[in-house]
Design a protein around this ligand. Structure first.
Ligand SMILES: NC(=O)c1ccc[n+]([C@@H]2O[C@H](COP(=O)([O-])OP(=O)(O)OC[C@H]3O[C@@H](n4cnc5c(N)ncnc54)[C@H](O)[C@@H]3O)[C@@H](O)[C@H]2O)c1
Length: 351
């Protein structure tokens, strides 16, 4: 069936719209909402949607089933709570919340509401992650050992000219919360949940309030270990994962915003099994990528088909991991998960 959507926020909302239009048999975009009416109009003219600057006008429309929140981070939880209270489903950009208290409140509200909340982790969609899922089902990834992650991006003054970015009050965190959240989501998808974190954070690349560099060490619940190197001061934009399992080593491509669509290498530790691996990797059916894959998955989930869509619990886990990272940096100690909810940092990540 065709689902009706409102896109709130016409920045990354433009890429969400591109994806909705790619799967126009699944979705009809009814509203574009932005304080910047010209920006909203540019999107609306591509899909015939109504334009408004008033979020409440959108929420009052009983003909809209899904509220797609592409607003600055500070607005994510308050608007999502209003949308749930109005009986709508929510597609929620990252980070789903800026504190564990807010993420917990969102999860509690969703548990008692008719609508569902779908966090945006579009990096999971593409042929490379599909191949990982097949290799996992065939048993090649049963024993994770060690992983190295890089998020080395280039963000300069023009990026921070947008006034909410780089601020505790509006972005709610820095590169750990906003940018590396995607690669950490991929790590936990492939290596399982994190048990313990050590962290060193720094603001070195731009004159902003929040951190823009980090060196992190994770111990996973299954005993594997991982490191994550992060900066927004690189000369270009690359993301990379190197994942070592007992039976296989996986190396991603470097495409910063669409890792799962790049060329990855999959090398069996036992050379005699490489042909089996190659067959599993190349068995790929044409898959939908990025936002299109995510939004098609959400439509399937709402229609009661398929189960590969990121859950609100996984969104909450991403905020829990970020909270542990900030707390580890501030205290100089290793921090275990789940995070103790009585810690002040659970109410907000700002120092
Ligand atoms: N999933 C991804 O890979 C990805 C990529 C980029 C951004 N994002 C996330 O998307 C969100 C938005 O980021 P962006 O880069 O598009 O920001 P942006 O500033 O370019 O766009 C946000 C838009 O929201 C509008 N807005 C702000 N307050 C509003 C209000 N009260 N009512 C209506 N409109 C309002 C602004 O006018 C602006 O046009 C952030 O949370 C960011 O982290 C995610």
């Amino acid at each position: 069936m065709t689902r009706t959507v409102a896109i709130l926020g016409a920045g990354i909302g433009r890429e969400h719209l591109d994806a909705y239009l790619q799967i126009a048999d699944r979705y009809s975009v009814r509203w574009i909402c932005d304080l910047d009416t010209e920006r909203a109009n540019r999107l609306a003219e591509r899909c015939g949607a109504q334009v408004t600057a008033e979020i409440d006008e959108v929420l009052a429309d009983p003909g809209t089933e899904i509220i797609d929140i592409c607003l600055p981070p500070k607005l994510h939880v308050p608007v999502a709570l209003k949308a749930l209270a109005a009986g709508r489903h929510v597609v929620l950009e990252k980070p789903i919340a800026g504190s564990l208290a807010d993420a917990d409140a969102l999860a509690a509200a969703a548990a008692g509401a008719p609508g569902q909340v779908f966090p945006v982790f579009q990096y999971r969609y593409g042929p490379a992650v599909d191949a990982v899922r097949r290799l996992s089902a065939a048993g090649f990834l049963a024993r994770p050992l060690s992983a190295a992650l890089e998020t080395h991006w280039d963000r300069r003054a023009d990026y921070y000219a947008n006034p909410w970015r780089g601020t505790w009050a509006h972005e709610l965190g820095g590169v750990v919360l906003s940018h590396a959240i995607h690669i950490h989501d991929l790590l936990t998808l492939m290596f399982g949940p994190v048990a313990e974190v050590s962290a060193a954070l720094a603001t070195r690349a731009n004159p902003i309030e929040t951190e823009d560099c980090a060196a992190l060490a994770f111990r996973m619940k299954n005993g594997a270990v991982a490191s994550s190197s992060i900066t927004l001061g690189a000369a270009d934009n690359t993301s990379r994962l190197r994942l070592v399992f007992a039976d296989m080593t996986i190396e991603s491509g470097r495409a910063p915003y669409a890792l799962a669509t790049d060329d990855w290498t999959f090398v069996a530790r036992d050379p005699d099994r490489q042909a089996e691996v190659d067959a599993l990797v190349s068995a790929s059916a044409p898959s939908q990528r990025g936002f299109e894959g995510l939004l098609a998955g959400i439509a399937d989930a709402l229609d009661g088909k398929g189960n590969a869509v990121p859950s609100l619990a996984e969104g909450l886990a991403s905020i829990e991991l970020a909270t542990a990272i900030y707390h580890a940096d501030r205290t100089g100690q290793r921090v275990s998960l789940p995070v103790d909810r009585s810690l002040p940092i659970c109410k907000g990540l700002a120092p």
